[in-house]
Design a protein around this ligand. Structure first.
Ligand code: HEC
Length: 212
């Protein structure tokens, strides 16, 4: 499946899941009778939604082959909150339900906050056929950029530009790698050195097929 579509389904199912969580918690504090009715009616949709968001989340991770530190924290929070919620709502324990809601909202916050953060660099074993001058550029590219731009520059994950068709100059590319593009591409000043940024930008030049 197309990764953009997958990411959208993931986002929507997370929002719906959060919404039903908030409603249930409010009902737990205000009207237990209503909570029981609501839980009965939404039982099946809720199962579908939570399965959808877990499956799409895992699927995205597999497609990307990369994860961010904050996304790991997010996963831990989600997996802590689910058993708490199950017990909390079943036993109508307000404390547990509230803690669980806080965890899940925290997880959502982590996910939002990680949007402009780079992925943890992949461990890439370089084969011997890259020339030594640009080996660093190639390695930096495969570790950091290939999730979204693909090994050949054409992947276009979540709206990433096809680098083989890019009109960016070497300097534009360096600038882009430094600053990123808000909410779309992470900036790399905190994770890779200036030398690496220059090297990876040089590597991007070699991906272009429309240079002349
Ligand atoms: C999270 C996915 C993601 C990662 C990782 C990523 N990019 Fe991008 N990249 C994008 C997106 C999305 C755009 C389009 C941004 C926009 O339109 O504002 C883009 C645009 C670009 C552009 C501009 C191309 C053009 O012609 O407009 C360059 C150059 C680029 N990326 C290089 C890199 C390099 C080099 C790396 C690794 C250091 C990298 N990107 C990592 C998603 C990513």
């Amino acid at each position: 499946m197309d990764s953009n579509l997958l990411a959208r389904i993931h986002g929507i199912s997370v929002m719906l899941f959060l919404l039903t969580y908030v409603i249930k918690t409010i009902l737990l504090f205000t009207s237990k009778g209503m909570l029981e009715k609501y839980s009965k009616v939404t039982k099946v949709p809720e199962m579908i939604i939570s399965t959808l968001f877990l499956v799409t989340g895992i699927w995205l991770f597999v497609i990307l082959g990369g994860i961010k530190t904050m996304q790991i924290i997010k996963l831990v929070l989600v997996f802590l909150s689910i058993p708490l919620a199950v017990i909390g709502f079943k036993k109508q324990n307000k404390g547990l339900a509230l803690v669980s809601l806080l965890l899940i909202v925290g997880a959502y916050g982590m996910s939002e906050a990680s949007k402009n953060k780079p992925f943890i660099p992949a461990k890439v074993a370089m084969t011997g056929n890259v020339n030594s001058e640009n080996a660093m550029g190639a390695q930096t590219y495969f570790e950091n950029c290939a999730f979204c731009h693909g090994a050949d520059g054409k992947k276009m994950y979540r709206g990433a530009k096809d680098l083989t068709q890019s009109k960016f100059s070497f300097d534009d590319t360096q600038q882009m790698v430094r600053d990123g593009s808000k909410g779309k591409m992470p900036g790399y000043t905190a994770t890779i050195t200036d030398d690496n940024i220059a090297a990876v930008s040089k590597f991007v030049e070699t991906l272009k097929t429309n240079n002349e």
